[in-house]
Design a protein around this ligand. Structure first.
Ligand code: B16
Ligand code: MG
Length: 217
């Protein structure tokens, strides 16, 4: 039995949300807009363009197209300065255990992320060789909750959507998996991710037996 396992990146494999927060906060404050951790929550799984649009609307700011592009570049440069220092120690607990088990048992493994920096981050934490396919922000035109990112992932793994399992930490991502007709596994808070088929706090709560059940389903 072969299934397709599709992983989100930020919040599932690594905790880059803290670096997005620092970079967005610095940028927002530089244009006199407040930025809180609660607002950062709302940017999870959301693209870079959409994130800046939200920050500008929270601050009631309108800017020119050129300024918009300049701010996007500034945020990303700042974000990349944190990414450059990342290493294997920032992989979230038990993620390698699950990836290794899937690879050893010839299951399809893909990444499905909104980030345009996904490949770089996977290289930094030395996990890139665990993925047969990488679908990221450079490959999609429609953002989560649209299922596009995961449907492209399923195709790359030569799997039907109904034979795919998605691991996601964001509400929009869980909805995208459900919209793709895949099994959705939320990583995080049960009350936040209530639309997911299963929810676990993190990968330390996911047993190999559970993974085996998903493979046999
Ligand atoms: P970038 P994911 C998402 O990654 C993040 O959750 C989101 O906060 C970020 O804005 C988005 O990637 C775009 O990232 O600026 O690096 O292209 O959770 O889909 O892996
Ligand atoms: Mg995420």
């Amino acid at each position: 039995n072969t299934k397709g396992f599709i992983f989100d990146l930020d919040g599932v494999i690594v905790d880059t949300a803290k670096y997005h927060f620092l970079a967005w906060k610095k940028l927002a404050n530089s244009i006199d807009v407040d930025f809180t951790e609660t607002q950062n929550e709302q940017l999870k799984g959301v693209s870079r363009v959409k994130s800046l649009e939200k920050i500008l609307s929270w601050g009631n700011k309108t800017i020119s197209e050129d300024e918009f592009m300049a701010l996007m570049a500034k945020k990303n440069d700042d974000y990349l300065s944190y990414i450059d220092k990342m290493g294997e120690s920032e992989i979230l607990p038990d993620v390698p255990k699950i990836l290794n088990h899937l690879n050893e048992n010839n299951q399809g493994v893909a990444l499905g992320s909104a980030s345009k920096n996904a490949r770089k981050i996977l290289q930094k934490v030395n996990l890139i060789s665990n993925f047969q396919a990488i679908v990221d922000g450079n490959d999609v035109s429609k953002a989560k909750p649209d299922p596009e990112v995961f449907l492209i992932g399923a195709k790359a793994l030569h799997q039907k959507p109904e034979n795919c399992i998605v691991f996601e930490d964001s509400v929009a991502g869980v909805q995208a998996a459900n919209n793709a007709n895949m099994i959705s596994i939320g990583i995080g808070d049960k009350t936040v991710l209530s639309e997911a088929d299963y929810v676990f706090k993190d990968f330390t709560e996911i047993s190999i037996e559970f993974i085996e059940e998903l493979i046999k389903k």
